[in-house]
Design a protein around this ligand. Structure first.
Ligand SMILES: Cc1ncc(COP(=O)(O)O)c(C=O)c1O
Length: 385
């Protein structure tokens, strides 16, 4: 089915996206409104809508900041930018006290990889099989499967190898003195919310420490409360050298951040990194508000409680097992995820699919309520095996 807006987009926009058959007119709370339908959004716009839609605190921040100062570049220091840096460093894993604001997940990863190559003077980067890190040259170079399908550039900016997932022996072998960095998602989002085995993560960490390779944790999808902790790194007790985050960070306003240790920050001087829009006042005001609302409304407690509820009750109908952490969950199904997605959408529930054809992905707003989980569970029951 082609919706009215799909037809309108097709007039001039590149047709590079598979799109859902819904005509959304407005969104509020955890609901997408499509004509007379109210669809519960368990997908959150690719994990972006951490506070749902039209959240009063976000709307108030947007309006107040737009009136005060709509934009200013990094050529001028701003109180609002300093506060966002303080807020983010305040929830960051220990040791990651330095922040560089950019605009997208890929851009944050691009900068992390640049810093790693520069700081170590090495030119090999390792990533994990099934990982996703974005579409720009360096981020895509470390994305599993990109080279074979959509990478497009004639070569990668550095040598790349992929470590088999959850294979600690191979990790220990592959991470050596030639490796500038290892980049990993602790909960692999696009792969279907696959949470890595802690023993594997420990082996990667130890090999990095032994060889001087830097550890970059990509929390573009898992960060800012989604796993029920500020970052998945907290759940794994991990102290990476760099961490990237985006998506939920601005609650829907485009922004991302690269966090790093004091010692890595010390390798950089004026002019080494840069961006026009990154760290803009609108994004920064929203970063502070998102972090404050998550704390004030105890949304990470909500995530943990409702994640347990989903794990307890959603293994029903087509669902065989559940993987992931917090509100980054993968429901492994007996039938293709595409079919389950369509069947749930018929019942006014939007879920995501993933690169794993049998895994449905849940990335709901952190403001989700128990009644919404109950609706998901009864829709899954209704679909049957
Ligand atoms: C783990 C991870 N890293 C990086 C990215 C790229 O982020 P962006 O699309 O904002 O460039 C994504 C996007 O889905 C992601 O899930």
């Amino acid at each position: 089915m082609t919706t009215r807006s799909q037809g309108a987009e097709a007039r001039h926009l590149l047709q590079v996206y598979g799109q859902l058959p819904i005509e959304t007119t407005f969104a509020e709370g955890v609901y997408l409104h499509a004509g007379a339908r109210r669809i519960i959004d368990f997908y959150g716009g690719h994990a972006v809508a951490a506070l749902g839609y039209a959240h009063p605190d976000l709307l108030a921040t947007l309006q107040a900041q737009a009136k005060t100062m709509y934009f200013q570049s990094n050529a001028v220091a701003l109180e609002v930018r300093a506060k966002a840096g303080d807020a983010l460093a305040g929830i960051a894993p220990e040791g990651l006290g330095r922040v560089f604001f950019v605009n997208s997940g890929a851009e944050a990863n691009e900068n992390a990889l640049r810093v790693a190559c520069r700081a170590t003077g090495r030119s090999r980067v390792l990533a994990l099989e099934h990982g996703f890190h974005g579409r720009t040259a360096a981020a895509a170079a470390v994305t599993w499967g990109a080279a074979k399908s959509w990478y497009g550039f004639p070569r990668t900016p550095f040598d790349v190898d992929f470590i088999p997932r959850d294979d600690p022996a191979r990790a220990a072998e592959m991470i050596n003195g030639e490796v500038a960095a290892v980049i990993i998602e602790l909960v692999q989002g696009l792969a279907g919310a696959y949470d890595l085995d802690p023993a594997f993560v420990q082996a990667v960490t130890e090999a990095c420490r032994r060889t001087g390779a830097l550890l970059i944790v990509d929390e573009v999808q898992s960060g800012v409360g989604r796993t029920g902790a500020p970052f998945a790194a907290n759940l794994y007790n991990l102290k990476p050298d760099m961490l990237t985050t985006a998506k939920a960070l601005g609650g829907g306003f485009p922004c991302s951040a690269l966090l790093m240790t004091e010692s890595l920050a010390g390798t950089l001087k004026s002019g080494d990194l840069g961006t026009t829009f990154g760290g803009g006042p609108m994004a920064c005001a929203l970063v502070s508000t998102v972090i404050e609302v998550i704390r004030r409304d105890r949304l990470m407690d909500n995530v943990r409680a409702l994640s347990d509820e989903i794990r307890k009750h959603a293994i029903t109908g087509p669902v065989q097992s559940i993987q992931g952490k917090g509100f980054l969950l993968g429901l492994r199904c007996r039938r293709p995820a595409k079919d389950i997605q369509a069947a749930l959408l018929d019942r006014d529930i939007l879920v995501g699919t993933s690169a794993d054809p049998h895994v449905v992905r849940l990335l709901p707003p952190l403001t989700l309520e128990k009644q919404h989980v109950a609706k998901l569970v009864s829709a899954l029951c209704d679909i049957g095996q």
